[in-house]
Design a protein around this ligand. Structure first.
Ligand SMILES: Nc1ncnc2c1ncn2[C@@H]1O[C@H](COP(=O)(O)OP(=O)(O)OP(=O)(O)O)[C@@H](O)[C@H]1O
Ligand SMILES: N[C@@H](CCO)C(=O)O
Length: 316
């Protein structure tokens, strides 16, 4: 297979917040903040052009995560373009717990599928499987690919995911501190074994989370409690844990977003409340330290999309 030089596709991928408290490595939520990437074939070589987040710190060669994912997907498809140009407009903060690496991986995979000649649609199951292999766990890549809230799990046959319909009263707010924390470092802080009572605690909260998120948002404070990973990582992000505890003591369903250091609050629109900014968002902002960004973000319902072909990727 070959594609003429100059063929191009534009791909948009959402930020995601993983874990949602107790559902470590399995629940995630897509958020309306996006990276947009254009992939085009060229006569030869590799060119990577970036603006926005990471433009001055990320590599612009074969080690770039988007390029690595694109190449891995091409290998699965049995295709390699003679040359490749990638133009990335990045708005997802990196190393902050907002799924930037998952977005980069999904963008590369979807870009390869969309650009590959003679391939009609993105194979979502194959894309989820490959993205999970690259990311190491499915909880960010699933909502990034499918949109909305997802539950994901792994089987001997590969990763699987299902979407949940998020209750319309749920208003996600991400609080982003100035510093970063790599997922790799955050994962190294987790103990190998956990007490049985803590496992039971998290199982009950993770089960409740699906009900609270879809049907009964008033239960979100209880449903987002965790004993498996947040406090265990406190030494790497003490300010995050302090903000989280302050918000939870005030009744807000606050969790560490992904591996941190951002905080995700699943705020609620109260009965009869209308308008752009629910009161809970203002209260959350008042409890947030200076220097942190307060980002009320809609749920991204669609997930990864190929923009210039007008095809919604997550259409299953
Ligand atoms: N848009 C991007 N393009 C290329 N590489 C990226 C991009 N975004 C992130 N990365 C790579 O991923 C790293 C950040 O990944 P990491 O898993 O530590 O954090 P995160 O994905 O932002 O947070 P989390 O996984 O907790 O949600 C960056 O340092 C960079 O190497
Ligand atoms: N479940 C992952 C999400 C971050 O990639 C973690 O908390 O380590």
């Amino acid at each position: 297979m070959s594609a003429p030089a100059g063929d191009a596709v534009r791909v948009r991928v959402p930020a995601t917040s993983a874990n949602l408290g107790p559902a470590f490595d399995c629940a995630g939520l897509a958020l309306a903040r996006h990276d947009v990437l254009e992939f085009s074939t060229a006569a030869g070589g590799l060119e990577v052009v970036m603006t926005g987040e990471g433009a001055h710190s990320l590599p612009a060669d074969e080690s770039h995560l988007v390029v690595r994912a694109f190449r891995a997907a091409c290998d699965r498809l049995g295709w390699r373009p003679s040359g490749l140009r990638v133009v990335a407009e990045n708005t997802i903060p990196q190393g902050r717990g907002m799924g930037s690496s998952a977005a980069a991986v999904v963008a590369g995979i979807v870009g390869a599928w969309a650009l590959c000649p003679d391939v009609e649609d993105v194979d979502l199951d194959a894309a989820l499987g490959l993205a999970t292999e690259m990311e190491g766990h499915p909880d960010n890549v699933a909502p990034c690919l499918l949109g909305g809230a997802t539950l994901s799990w792994t089987t001997p046959g590969g990763a699987r995911a299902e979407r949940l319909a998020v209750h319309p009263d749920v208003v996600p707010v991400v609080l982003v501190p100035p510093g970063t924390l790599s997922t790799h470092v955050a994962r190294s802080l987790l103990p190998e074994l956990v007490p049985h009572a803590d496992a039971v605690f998290n199982a009950s909260r993770a089960a409740l989370l699906t009900h609270a998120l879809t049907t009964a948002p008033a239960l979100l404070l209880d449903a987002t409690d965790d004993r498996l990973h947040q406090r265990q990582r406190a030494a790497a992000m003490p300010d995050t844990l302090a903000v989280l505890e302050r918000l939870r003591a005030a009744g807000h369903a606050a969790v560490v977003s992904g591996a941190g250091p951002s905080v995700l609050v699943l705020a609620r629109r109260l009965d009869g409340e209308v308008g752009e900014e629910p009161g809970a968002v203002r209260t959350v902002a008042d409890l947030t330290p200076q220097g942190w960004a307060v980002l009320p973000l809609d749920v991204d319902a669609g997930g990864a999309a190929v923009l210039d072909r007008g095809v919604q990727v997550s259409s299953r």
